[in-house]
Design a protein around this ligand. Structure first.
Ligand SMILES: *Cc1c(COP(=O)(O)O)cnc(C)c1O
Length: 396
């Protein structure tokens, strides 16, 4: 048998972490890596954070899982915290980002169904979006690499150009339920939506009674220096998917909605066996204990500015490789003039972990707990590596 026991759907790198400490990962032979990938924007508190670890340990010993058949003091408390700190009035907990987006799609459709408009089932989505790997979430994007071979895809999605307000407005018809959009595209290459774009979508939703659904799975949970990215736009969604960083490494997600938007989500319409179990809630609470305060969020913005300007200062020294820096807070992307995937692979041999994204972007997504010394180490190592890097012939 040639197939590996782990289904070979990932091009796994030779980096094989077995231990983590703060901003560093350690491989099987003790090799050390500076982790500016953070599990793809997940490990907000780095590795082995004492408060998160202790909370999970204590909750695991107290009560791990009971199912959603019973009352949940743990779920109620964390949902209340999300309600208190966001636009939302109600929360459904999931185990992943894709499930949070699925719940968001279902909530948007069900809103119109409950109002007697079951034909309003189409979501307008955007080019190069990434919403996950389930059937609905791959149907919601135009990226061929996510969709090829999985037909028939689900109906009910219309993809138009990202940041093109006119195209989005022109796509509205009598079947439109709303818009599904990442305020800052992650996998698509750290591409922020413009303010005019999101403001235009919001206005169209008001005018046509549509649902504005934000996918903040990657850009949410303090990553950009506010609890959620929408705050910086001053534009609130009706429904929002959150995940990745929300559990700090514990697998969980959440679908947040206003009371109006969740109008169709009554008893029996949705569910999850694990979703919101006491162990997940302990992880989420521990993450929020650390991040959900002005001091921490201001720190993220400051570190983001520091890292961005250090990267920008470095670029002229290697302008055959790097073009520009984009993004918000500690969700940064370096636009490259060469294949970013090959460069990210090369950086791993220098002990630096970053993540490739679309549009030849190298994503820089460190734990939010980094210190000045880590920023310096990152940029120094990156700059030295860039000086030595030989652009592969095929990518030149
Ligand atoms: C990662 C991601 C998802 C999917 O999350 P999973 O936990 O992998 O299912 C959805 N949307 C965005 C914007 C993401 O970055």
């Amino acid at each position: 048998m040639a197939i590996t026991p782990l289904m070979p759907v990932y091009p796994r790198s030779p980096v094989r972490p077995v231990r983590g400490e703060g901003v560093y990962l350690y491989g099987e032979q003790g090799e050390r890596y500076l982790d500016f990938a953070a599990g793809i924007a997940v490990n907000l508190l780095g590795h082995g954070h004492p408060h998160l670890t202790k909370s999970i340990q204590e909750q695991a010993a107290t009560l791990m899982h009971v199912s959603n058949l019973y009352g949940s003091p743990q779920g109620e408390a964390f949902a209340q915290r999300l309600v208190d700190t966001t636009f939302a009035d109600t929360v459904f907990f999931t185990n992943s980002g894709a499930e949070a987006v699925e719940c968001s799609i279902k909530t948007a459709r069900r809103y119109h169904y409950a109002k007697g408009n079951p034909h309003k089932h189409d979501l307008i989505t955007f080019s190069n979006a990434f919403h996950g790997r389930t059937m609905a979430t791959i149907s919601a994007t135009d990226q061929a690499k996510l969709r090829d071979g999985f037909a028939p895809l689900l109906e009910g999605f219309k993809v138009v150009e990202f940041n093109d307000l006119d195209a989005a407005l022109a796509a509205i018809d009598e079947n439109t339920a709303g818009f599904l959009v990442e305020p800052i595209q992650g996998e698509g290459g750290i591409r922020p939506a413009t303010h005019e774009f999101l403001a235009g979508l919001r206005a169209a939703c008001e005018e046509n009674d549509l649902m504005l659904v934000f996918d903040e799975v990657q850009c949410g949970v303090a990553r950009t220096g506010t609890l959620y990215a929408y705050e910086q736009y001053g534009i609130e969604p009706d429904i929002m998917a959150s995940a990745k960083g929300i559990g700090g490494g514990f697998p969980m997600g959440a679908c947040l909605a206003t009371e109006k938007a969740a109008g169709g989500m009554v008893v029996g319409t949705h569910g999850s066996t694990y979703g919101g179990n006491p162990l997940a809630m302990a992880a989420g609470q521990a993450v929020f204990d650390v991040i959900a305060n002005d001091e921490f969020l201001n720190g993220v913005r400051q570190k983001g500015e520091r890292l961005r300007s250090a990267l920008e200062q470095m670029i002229p020294n290697h302008d055959h490789l790097f073009e520009s820096v984009r993004g918000v807070g500690l969700m940064l992307g370096v636009k490259m003039k060469t294949d970013s995937r090959a460069f990210v692979t090369y950086l791993r041999t220098k002990g630096l972990l970053t993540v490739a994204a679309g549009d030849n972007v190298m994503r820089v997504l460190p734990p939010l707990t980094i210190e000045e010394e880590h920023i310096r180490e990152f940029v120094d190592t990156l700059s030295a590596a860039a000086a030595e890097y030989e652009v592969p012939a095929a990518a030149a």
